[in-house]
Design a protein around this ligand. Sequence first.
Ligand code: ATP
Ligand code: LTN
Length: 336
Amino acid sequence: MSRPRLLSGMQPTHDSLHLGNYLGAQVNWVRMQEDFEAYFCVVDQHALTVGPDPADLRQRTRVTAAQYIAGGVDPQRSAVFVQSHVPEHSQLAWVLNCLAGFGEAARMTQFKDKSAKGGQDAATVGLFTYPMLMAADILLYNTEAVPVGEDQRQHLELTRDLAQRFNARYGDTFVVPRAHIPAETAKVMSLAEPTAKMSKSAENQSGNLMMLDTTKANTKKVKSAVTDTDNDVRWDPEAKPGIANLLRIHSALSGESIEALVERFAGENKYGALKGEVAEQVAVVQAPFKERVDDLLADPAELDAHLARGAERAREVAGATLARVYDAVGFVPLGR
Ligand code: ATP
Ligand code: LTN
């Protein structure tokens, strides 16, 4: 019996993933690839929406793929591929652009945030149509499950709406996907500004724990994490967002429950001790991760071969779905 399908992706917008990407998304990917037929895409076309330097984009696309594998994605079991290698993604995106409402797309918070940051003129049309390309990524594979972080919930809702709208208008074509969002670590917050999520594109990078940084650099960031001044370790995300973030990170990495941690760090002046343990827990995961990435990047031909195999597997499924879509909307098939 065939397994249900899963697809997810990350943008190659930085030299390294951060701990939020790892805990919020990747840990779940690795767990779920056991039960699903999984497709993991490096979404380079999405990254183009912010106008990266070509050499950076090329390098970051490979580094991102290497990080998927270093984090535990098995390229023999799951398809690891690059979005621009599978042209069906942009082909389906066009069809979905013609189905999505202008106002509906304008309501996406990611678009509103990102376009507000650079000013209206700096925002590209690509940034506006980003969610329809993401919907195409997902719907091409008849995907049932999409493991992402909390910030992607709205895009997933839009994807579901578009799938249902297409099915209602043109007949049953797409599977309506579900988001899989991990509860505890759904949002890893910035260490410098614990009310904002850890983000690759944040202006202040001192709040991000980067998976490919040195242990020393990350330890320094943890030790200078913004907290509060009452020095009492308690679980109170509203009043103590910095401490809540550290507790969540510790718990996700160590497996120790938040209640147990609070009990262990109860009493005066334990912020330093908590930070010390968080730094250690981060290093246990991050140092070997970085080593595996370095090994993979040392053999670019092998890495590119993984990506070529991944794209081939992806195209088999994507091509069949796109053909059904083209037929459903009324495009004339190419004569022979
Ligand atoms: P950018 O800041 O450039 O938008 P990002 O850091 O948000 O990038 P993405 O590439 O957009 O990262 O996201 C990759 C995956 O990581 C998504 O599933 C997203 O939900 C998840 N993710 C990103 N940031 C966090 C975070 N701080 N906590 C938990 N999950 C996160
Ligand atoms: N928008 C997503 C990245 C992304 C994605 C996808 C995630 C693009 N296409 C398909 C899951 C499925 C983000 O993380 N910012």
